[in-house]
Write a protein that binds this ligand. Structure first.
Ligand code: XMP
Length: 517
């Protein structure tokens, strides 16, 4: 297994995902772990990530010394290269020429890391790599024992290696797809230089998880809050496979779900998979507590609190249960960990209103804790969940509660559900669903005038929102074809009595958020 030390780069999780895709288990830990932690991890190799700091300041982050004394191969990337250079006796200087974006790197010699990996060849026979660079500082003197393995115009040492000790470093980012040969380079490091075997695949992950779950839980009973989202659905399927009837799911139907969603969750899990699910029909309770509330934050708080209360009421009835299962995934774990010094911390992801309290009498079971979202999805498919469920766009915890602007009312929710369903089913039919990262309808509580036949209508407005994004931190509005928008708009206005106008949201994030509230 591979240890990745995080110096705070936005790409650190990508490094881990690439290593896992190669088939090797890895974990991300903050750069300031102790020497003992590094040794106890028993890594077959270590990767030092990039980071936003400069090694030229005195108290910049440094790798634990054990990284260089353990006798395993090390790959430094960007900041990781600079700190490796400096810690091993080389020199790093602030460059007045910042390099950011595409670059061409000349690969030199025959280093085991880059040998025969190239995008082009120069007339003199040098290999050229198209790579993604992002750095200000650069290595100016190599540490003793190192040779240069790659260079660019502005960074004469864009790569270095001490093959005897298995130390390699790259100034560019092999983990991003813009570096076309990046996956091969990482694969070379992990499989050939570190000698790892590619054993991390969906089948093995399921087998391991099942045996871990059985060991942990024994004959105890387990409760799971099922929301219909990907993570809790995959936990349900996995636990069902591992412990069958020892699992009871509680599905709180808030009345703020999408069209027929509650029934679909029930039929998938109870009828098709035989999972025991208790459905709590809490629509009235949610609507009652939301009456008259218009402030978005207040609405979120009410929905979150009520959800937890109802879940607790139900789970308290299941007196035999000893475990509470949760769909925590690896990015949640990394993002809540951070480094001890608070330096180079990762940007926090959106808080999840559906999170359940840990103060319960139950022990926590988190079988997806080590997995990335794409791994969770593959597991879901392998476990027999419908792929529409596994690859569904994200849906916020507070549901339609934040897509009905202002006060939440049942009649608004019913109109919105139908409009949203038309939009989504047309996206699917046009083959556009998987090309957008998230799409949905929003209910605007304003009335606008329309004409229907001979009569005038004075009815509500629906906004359509569709975005493309990788990380949901930034997003661009999806440039859906006009003909497609035209079709959706006509269907919504013609089929839904109560809607007289449809608008399309053309705001990017930032400054607009993806949701409207
Ligand atoms: P924003 O609106 O902040 O949303 O651009 C980014 C992503 O987060 C989702 N979102 C939420 N998810 N609980 C969730 O589980 C929430 O309270 C919540 N608010 C926003 C949103 O749908 C988008 O995918």
């Amino acid at each position: 297994r591979i240890l990745i030390l995080d110096f705070g780069s936005q790409y650190t999780q990508l490094i881990a995902r690439r290593v896992r895709e190669i088939g090797v288990y890895c974990e991300i830990h903050p750069w300031d772990v102790d020497d003992a932690d590094v040794r106890d991890f028993l890594p077959s190799g270590i990767i030092l990530s990039g980071g936003p700091e400069s090694v030229t300041v005195d108290d910049g982050p440094r790798a634990p010394q054990a990284v260089f004394t353990l006798g395993v191969p090390v790959l430094g990337i960007c900041y990781g290269m600079q700190t490796m250079a400096q810690q091993l006796g080389g020199q790093v200087e602030c460059s007045d020429h910042r390099e950011f974006g595409y670059a061409q790197v000349r690969a030199r010699g025959h280093s085991p890391l880059l040998k025969d990996i190239e995008d082009h060849t120069t007339a003199e026979g040098y290999g050229i790599l198209d790579v993604w660079m992002s750095h200000g500082d650069r290595v100016s003197t190599l540490p003793a024992g190192f040779k240069c393995i790659a260079s660019t115009e502005s960074a004469p040492f864009a790569g270095m290696a001490d093959e005897d000790r298995g130390f390699y470093a790259l100034q560019f980012h092999p983990e991003v797809t813009h570096t076309r040969q990046g996956a091969r380079i990482l694969s070379r490091f992990v499989l050939e230089i570190c000698g790892c075997e590619a054993l991390w695949n969906t089948g093995n992950i399921i087998e391991d998880s099942i045996s871990n779950i059985r060991d942990q839980v024994g004959d105890d009973e387990v409760i799971l809050g099922l929301s219909g989202g990907v993570d809790s659905s995959v936990v349900a399927a996995l636990l069902h496979r591992a412990i069958g009837t020892q699992l009871t799911c509680v599905f709180v139907d808030t009345g703020l779900l999408r069209l027929h969603e509650g029934d679909q969750v029930m039929s998938t899990f109870t009828q098709h998979m035989g999972v025991r699910v208790i459905r709590v029909d809490a629509e009235e309770r949610f609507l009652r507590e939301l009456t008259g509330v218009t402030d978005p934050e207040a609405k979120r708080k009410i929905i979150g609190r009520l959800f937890v209360e109802i879940f607790e009421e139900e789970s308290n009835k299941l007196t035999a249960a000893k475990w509470l299962a949760q769909g925590t995934i690896y990015p949640d774990v990394i993002e809540s960990a951070g480094s001890k010094t608070g330096k180079a911390h990762v940007i926090k992801s959106h808080h999840n209103v559906g999170g359940l309290p840990a103060h319960m009498r139950l022990k926590l079971l988190e079988p997806l804790r080590e997995l990335f979202k794409d791994e969770v999805r593959r597991l879901g498919v392998e476990l027999g969940l419908p792929s529409e469920m596994v690859y569904r766009h994200p849906f916020p915890g507070p549901g339609l509660g934040v897509r009905i602007l202002g006060e939440v009312r049942k009649d608004f929710a019913d109109l919105l559900r139908r409009a949203d369903d038309i939009f989504i089913s047309e996206l699917r039919r046009a083959g556009l669903y998987d090309q957008t990262s998230q799409a949905f309808a929003v209910f605007l509580p304003v009335k606008s005038v329309g004409v229907m036949g001979d009569g005038r209508k004075y009815d509500w407005v629906i906004a359509l929102r569709a975005v493309e994004t990788i990380d949901f931190m930034t997003a661009r509005w999806a440039h859906l074809p006009y003909d497609f928008l035209d079709l959706v708009s006509r269907r919504i206005i013609n089929e839904i009595d109560g809607i007289s106008r449809v608008v399309y949201d053309v705001s990017g994030k930032p400054p607009a958020t993806i949701e409207w509230e």
